[in-house]
Design a protein around this ligand. Sequence first.
Ligand code: HEM
Length: 465
Amino acid sequence: MAVSEAAPPIVSQRLRPLPRTAWERLPPGPRGLPVVGSALAYLRSPLRTVEQAHARYGRAFTLPWFGYPLVWLIGPEAHRLLLSEQPQRFLWRPALANLIPLLGEGLLVTDGAEHDRLRRLMLPAFQRQRLDAYLPIIWDYAQRTAAHWRPGQVVEINAAMRVLTLNVAARCFLGVELGRDSAALSRAFFAMGPYLELQWPFHLLRLALPCTAYGQFRRGLRQLDAFVYQLLATKRADPDLASHDDALSALLRARDTDGTGLTSRQLRDQAVTLLAAGHNTTAHGLSWTLYLLARHPAVLAQLLDEHRRVLGGGVPTPEHVRALTYTEQVIKEALRLYPPAWAGARVTAEEVRFQQYVLPPGTTVAYCQWLSHRLPDVFAQPLHFLPERWAPEGGETHPPFAYVPFGGGARLCLGMAFALLEMKLVLAALLARWRLVLVPGQRVVPQPTVTLAPRDGIRFRVEPA
Ligand code: HEM
């Protein structure tokens, strides 16, 4: 294994005590408990806490967090401010500090010129021709998953989708077939979750015992790092590196104007970012879509009809996939109701004004797809699963920035087109073979961790289609 370089230090959010006068210019909010404020309520139930605050205080509210303000801005205007207007006024890295132990200096947690440089280096892997080349690979993995199931078997779909999407991300972005490593790596990512979710100041509780969240995080990280550094060593030794067109090989070849390339640590961070950002979100999106389809048989029937008409049983071409317009509406609607990225955070780099409120520099400010995608004055019957609202003709119109499952602006999700392609193909491959019947009696509960997962998974009995 190649020698790994030191991980960057864990930085805490740049939290500053605010004078009383500054609090008064922030959006209103609950006082919460002494010392902890709303932190414990939020850690117990993030969705309920933000829903209650939204119901009481409206589209701008502040949750006190150990004496520091956590500002939430909801709705299209808030998204426009946070995602698109003058991105230099907001920072990502301090806002996503909890992910730094995993992602180091990966694209997702960098700012400014370094972010722009990394994004430019990664962009070619997500362009149209590359997506067309990924199509048969994704189709093949989805077929293999479908072929693996047996009639009457009970499948926990979220775990199955996490393994599938991890395999796809590794093959497409890192150019490697995971094979037997896939289940173990998927479990490693899963085990790291609880520690990454713990927000300041809890992530300072670094007690590395087998039973603690930090202990499990360390074990998962060791496994992941061993895999990535081994892969980098293999690639470096490969005389055919120049002919490989996966994102990691391109990053290995990339040189700055002065001829220097990325260090092993920087390469490791981008590889882990591609795996982490590229698999859980899509797996959750697929799980929620299949769940909603199982509960809406008329939508499922229309979707299957489109698959039969457009795909006709063969290996799809890019044109076929583009013609799956109803499938796209179904996916968009599932991502509206159950957005895998359910909230995002920034830290203000300078004073920012929103409506009558003033946010001083260093304030953590969040946007929230979960709340914004359910606003009744933006989406008709917001709690209903209505794919036809997205119909190109006769559908609903929404204000710009109302719908942001992939964020927006300069930091729009790099994998958006890839994720939509993957979701379409996986749905088509699975549903051509199997009817997924929800196992009765289970409670399906959305759990907003880093991403919005079904807390106890979703169990389906698979029957031949
Ligand atoms: C349904 C699936 C997906 C969803 C819902 C999703 C959502 C998002 C969102 C909301 C952001 C922006 C976060 C913010 O503004 O706070 C983001 C960024 C990002 N996503 Fe995705 N994503 C998905 C799939 C993917 C895939 C397949 C990849 C492939 C590697 C990917 C890679 C990235 C990267 C690299 C960024 C950071 C972009 C930057 O900072 O310039 N995502 N994603």
